[in-house]
Design a protein around this ligand. Sequence first.
Ligand SMILES: Cc1ncc(COP(=O)(O)O)c(C=O)c1O
Length: 397
Amino acid sequence: MRSIHTRAVHAGRDELTALGVHALPIDLSTTYPLTDADSGERALLELAEGAPAAGSPVYGRLINPTVSRFERALAELEGLPDAVAFGSGMAALVATVQAACLVTGRRHVVALRPLYGGTDHLLTSGILGVEVTFADAGEVAAAIRQDTGLVIAETPANPTLDLVDLDALVAAAGKVPVLVDNTFATPVLQNPAAHGATYVLHSATKYLGGHGDAMGGIVAAPAEQAAAIRSLRIATGALLHPMSAYLLHRGLATLPLRVEAAQRTAAELAARLSVHPAVSAVHYPGLAGSDPHGVLGRQLRGPGAVLSFETFEESDAMLAELRLFTHAVSLGSVDSLVERPAALTHRLVPDADRLACGISPKLVRVSVGLEDVEDLWSDLDAALEVLIRINVIRITS
Ligand SMILES: Cc1ncc(COP(=O)(O)O)c(C=O)c1O
């Protein structure tokens, strides 16, 4: 197989030469002229069944050529036959749960914590009409029931970077399909389908687009499962906008370079943070104790560019001092972002559940961007010094 660097540049672009264009075309049509009534009706019925393409897109909510190209590209990078793109990662998750659980009548979900706070909230809120059992990796086999339709895991997990052994998880799930949120690793560092995952989900808003200017979600899956999801997307109207599809697809070309560069910097920052006197713990794959099941190398090809750390003191004073790291939610952009999950991304997770999966109020999540490592370290170190000064003042006053 060709290198990920080559595939990321060329994926989803096969037809461009035949179209006579070099850049990805953006099709903004909301409706499509039909050559005759029969072919229009045929296309409509095929698309309603979830076909990835038909004689005509018929209507802009059903399918869109710019979106389809992005879907083919991501499916190729994840090593799955198809992918379905949505207006956000959450919309992709909702449709996948609906397809795997509501459509099949298997309304029970087993989920591993931690998960992105929005995912956790969606599962616990009851709005999806599914029953959820949260389980540790070792409890999954026992948690599976006759009516379990889906197992959900994130690895590396948001925000503690916990790693899940996907071979073991898929074995424990048995016949139940496993959904892996691969947002943190991206297809550059991990392909969950190669370890038996049925669904591979991305908040495309993060690394795939990579520039913080396009929302999107995408789930890669085998053809049958993708058709069920696409059919739901048509019914519910959650198609990704073609402008965003263009930006997200364009982002794929530089994905390997961005991930690798940010990862180098993240590894260096993680190492320096782990010996900083203001820091009590650092969470980053590859640091001692972070990989109990040995997935790094076997499943995860690199530690990635997100890390989190805990400070001895409340960290809000430090966040206010940072100049290069923007205090903001989201991640995976060219610029570095920092946030406190207990206050923001995981705020809607019940306090006890949040603490039980290691998200303390002092935990700070860092998405490392493409800035120079020494500049980032100077900024972080200066901000951490403020915490030390506050602590010293408290002790001496
Ligand atoms: C790991 C992960 N999955 C899913 C989502 C949801 O994606 P979106 O915000 O695009 O709906 C997020 C958002 O932060 C995330 O971090």
